[in-house]
Design a protein around this ligand. Structure first.
Ligand code: HEC
Length: 159
């Protein structure tokens, strides 16, 4: 076999073998004892937006799409979930120290207002997760009000 053919075959076999490795490890419960709602009031409309547009990457429960079975797409997805959860996990929010919770709420308002979140690559395939202007306002207002409420409850806001 010529070298290019061997390389191609090698790549094809690697890609085939890669299909066997499916991480998809984020299959816990979105809500639980440490969920955001244990620390802050979460109106139903806010919960709905978070569930629809944020929980796949910022909770313990990802709803995996079919292409999570296709590598390397599934790995890329898993990486987003891990990275997203590291920054912010609504399922564990109640365990955050006051300063971290305050900062997270500040960033939530910022991230949705600037349309940095949800990630653009996610919206290509999850168009239903796109936030309307009203959703942005609902989330950002809730985040700011919650910051104030938690701050007034005795924590020390960073800014
Ligand atoms: C497809 C996965 C995904 C979705 C869906 C998603 N995020 Fe993220 N999020 C990430 C990743 C990855 C990071 C860390 C890297 C970065 O900041 O870009 C992050 C970071 C953040 C941060 C940290 C600060 C910042 O601005 O970077 C906040 C706050 C945040 N996301 C809020 C949200 C909110 C609110 C939603 C829903 C409206 C959402 N995210 C939807 C993946 C996601």
């Amino acid at each position: 076999m010529k070298l290019p053919a061997r390389i191609l075959l090698g790549l094809a076999l690697t890609l085939l073998a890669a299909q066997a490795i499916r991480p998809m490890s984020n299959r816990g419960a979105a809500t639980g004892p440490n969920h955001l709602s244990a620390k802050a009031a979460v109106p139903a409309e806010v919960e709905q937006i978070l569930r629809r547009s944020c929980y796949d990457c910022h909770s313990n429960a990802t709803i995996y799409p079919w292409y999570a079975n296709v590598q390397p797409l599934g790995w890329l997805l898993e990486w987003h979930v891990r990275d997203g959860k590291k920054h912010l996990n609504f399922s564990e929010f109640a365990t955050y120290a006051p300063k971290r919770a305050d900062h997270a709420l500040e960033e939530i308002a910022e991230a949705v207002r600037e349309r940095h979140m949800p990630l653009a690559s996610y919206l290509w395939v999850h168009s239903a997760a796109r936030l309307s202007d009203e959703d942005v306002k609902t989330l950002a207002d809730w985040a700011s009000n919650t910051r104030r409420a938690l701050g007034a409850a005795g924590s020390t806001p960073t800014k």
